[in-house]
Design a protein around this ligand. Structure first.
Ligand SMILES: NC(=O)c1ccc[n+]([C@@H]2O[C@H](COP(=O)([O-])OP(=O)(O)OC[C@H]3O[C@@H](n4cnc5c(N)ncnc54)[C@H](OP(=O)(O)O)[C@@H]3O)[C@@H](O)[C@H]2O)c1
Length: 331
């Protein structure tokens, strides 16, 4: 694949089924649309049924106007990644409906949000970007083919390279807000720094699934989509403070690419027939393989992340679900 992958290069996807999380807006919406345009059936996993329905209607009316023939089916499944029970329920709902998922695109994410905990008491960025997807993915594994054609795409970020990530990789402190680590007596306001850590974790998750061979031969990739003009900046002033966050939000549209261009790297990783890269590869725009930081590639950290994720799953969803996941992974 050339590094300048374009949407026109997406092959026919007729007969294939895709799952895209956070598909109601931004990169996920364009990803779902372009997959369906090429005939792929797409399950949009979103937390809001109203937003997902609106997204589906928008795509369908665009196809109608453009006389797109044989577009794939678009369906909604409710998924709130801030609840591991919801992640479990969504995976089970898909398993009831489908025999096979060709490609899972873990696209949903949040960034620079004010400090908050998920319904399970986990820091919200780690909970949404990593833990929700960990449970969702590992419970969907039985549907993803192991004949070399099945793929898992994990949206990550160039933010995994930021200097903050380097100094804050003590996974034992995952539940301790970063600001509390620095100023012990002050109530944390922001979760900004864990965003860099969750970017590392999504790369590690991809590497673990892929390069470390846990679920091989399913191909598992991480993607940095570029700096993309989406709703991801919605929390910048609340997350980074009114001055820095306000400036960043103001600048965002000027320094970013369109969601159409921002979806190209995910679409390349999800659809290009012969990627010719090792399992676990990290892609940057537009579909270029790149080496992630040494922290993201650290096998000991990946192992630790995996065991912490299993431990949290056990605590929240119980031993049976954890055992099911272990079985799915080693199947
Ligand atoms: N935009 C960039 O510059 C950039 C850069 C690097 C990486 N990324 C990554 O690219 C991915 C897509 O981001 P985007 O830029 O398209 O952002 P976006 O426009 O904000 O879209 C994010 C999507 O995630 C969904 N989501 C958030 N929390 C969720 C939850 N608890 N459960 C289920 N869905 C949830 C949102 O749903 P609601 O609409 O209901 O909130 C929305 O559909 C993210 O993983 C992001 O980290 C983006």
């Amino acid at each position: 694949m050339s590094a300048g992958f374009t949407i026109a290069q997406i092959p026919s996807l007729v007969g294939k089924t895709f799952v895209v999380t956070g598909a109601n807006t931004g990169i996920g919406l364009i990803t779902a649309k372009e997959l369906a345009r090429k005939g792929g059936d797409v399950i949009l996993c979103c937390r809001s049924e109203a937003k997902a329905t609106e997204a589906i209607q928008k795509i369908q009316s665009e196809f109608k106007q453009a006389n797109v023939e044989s577009a794939g089916k678009l369906e909604f499944i409710q998924l709130d990644l801030q609840s591991l029970k919801s992640a479990e329920a969504a995976a089970r709902a898909i398993r009831q409906k489908k025999q096979r998922i060709d490609v899972l695109i873990n696209n949903a994410g949040i960034m620079a949000v004010p400090f908050a905990l998920t319904k399970d008491g986990i820091e919200s960025q780690f909970g949404t970007n990593h833990m929700g997807h960990f449970v969702f993915t590992t419970l969907l594994l039985p549907l993803i083919p192991r004949d070399g054609s099945g793929r898992i795409i994990n949206l990550s970020s160039i933010a995994h390279k930021s200097p903050y990530s380097v100094g804050l990789l003590n996974l034992d402190q995952l539940f301790v807000p970063t600001h509390r680590l620095r100023v012990p007596n002050r109530k944390p306001k922001r979760s900004t720094l864990p965003a860099n850590r969750t970017a590392i974790q999504t790369v590690q998750f991809a590497l673990y699934q892929g390069a470390r061979g846990q679920t091989a031969p399913i191909q598992s990739y991480a993607v940095h989509p570029g700096v993309v003009n989406t709703e991801l900046d919605r929390n910048l002033p609340a997350g980074l403070g009114p001055i820095i966050g306000g400036i960043a939000k103001f600048m965002y549209p000027y320094v970013s690419i369109s969601p159409e261009n921002g979806s190209r790297t995910s679409l390349a990783a999800a659809t290009f027939p012969e990627l010719g890269v090792p399992n676990g590869t990290y892609f940057v725009p537009q579909g270029k393989p790149e080496t992630p930081t040494r922290f993201a590639r650290d096998p000991a950290l990946a192992d630790k992340l995996w065991s912490i994720s299993m431990e949290i799953t056990k605590k929240v969803l119980g031993d049976e679900v954890a055992a099911e996941i272990e079985k799915n992974v080693s199947a």
